[in-house]
Design a protein around this ligand. Sequence first.
Ligand code: SF4
Length: 431
Amino acid sequence: MTQLESAREGIISPQMRLVAEHEGVEAELIRQGVAEGTIIIPANIKHTNLVPCGIGRGLKTKVNANIGTSSDFGNIDTELEKLRVAIDSGADTVMDLSTGGDTSAIRGAIIASSPLPIGTVPIYQAGIEAIARHGAIVKMTADELFAVIEEHARDGVDFITVHCGVTQSAIARLKQQGRVADVVSRGGAFLIGWILHNERENPLYEHYDRLLEIAREFDVTLSLGDGMRPGCLADATDRAQVEELLVIGELVQRAQQAGVQVMVEGPGHLPLNQIEANVQLEKAICKGAPFYVLGPLVTDIAAGYDHITGAIGGAIAAAAGTDFLCYVTPAEHLSLPDPEDVRQGVIASRIAAHAGDIVKGVRGAQEWDMKMSKARKGLDWEEQARLSLNPELSRRVHSKHASAGSACSMCGEYCAMELVEKYLGISAPKC
Ligand code: SF4
């Protein structure tokens, strides 16, 4: 049985129990959420070293780190190093988006080394193999695409991005829309080319039941990808994007009816004032299925700083009810990320996720800030470092310039907190 089928039968699985322990909530709450489809636990039965993670309503907002080779750079060693950094920085899941080198071997090594759930986008491999076999992605057959999806499922991939909502009608809307940046999803672009060249419907949509059978057998969670996601602010929340979301809403229902766990991917690039509306739209159309946004980036002009742009959008999205943030690194739009980019991206997204959790009232979020506030007031530098997202950085920056007293070198003997404490005669609250 899949996690969803178990939950519907009233069974609390070991994975649900572990997620409940990690979140500090009752296991029954997790079971109910999984049964209703508002919580997912991506846990392929073949991923034996997995520590399960819950994503969805009432839980901590989770952060995904994308790693993987490109056709220009990377190998197993570079990607395992990025995996190590992603885990070390506090990512909750990792997606292997490799498109260069021996992608099957890279995926196998990542799964074997990862206690975190692993996601992939199988159409990348299917497209690369179609070029090698037939000379063009558009010559890929439906059987070849499903064979790759099954290979990923057998390897132990916990969630797969599948752009099932890229349909002929969505492409018609895209053509009429007249976008600035057309399509920026690689999987979406592969499928649009295939559909137009072959004058046929998207095989992932036409043969959706076949996809559901594979997903159900291995309990692979479907991440219904936004192949039509806007690639710039000017294209945000347009008719092509919304058409795809309507189709995805129907596919969410069919997946859940088949016992398959499912979440929905979202934008992308969005101005600040459209983020909340996008979250509400997804939640309404997809009946509360977990929402997984890519950033979203709130301006197009910050190349080199897009981890910040993405974190601003991610915080607003999380506060509005988004469950899962895909990180953005400083290398976004510029190059393949290196391990330090991965670290910066994960930390930025974790700040966004936590800022959202404070507003959502997620258990433990406000308490964490309260502990830090008390440590600050108490000038307890080691406790402040321990509570921070990057303790090593906190210690290093604090010790950069020595201070004569117990305060830091910013104000030295004029430390506002020390002065007020002295004159008020009130000691700092204990942590
Ligand atoms: S010296 Fe200034 S910055 Fe440092 S702890 Fe005191 S008030 Fe804060």
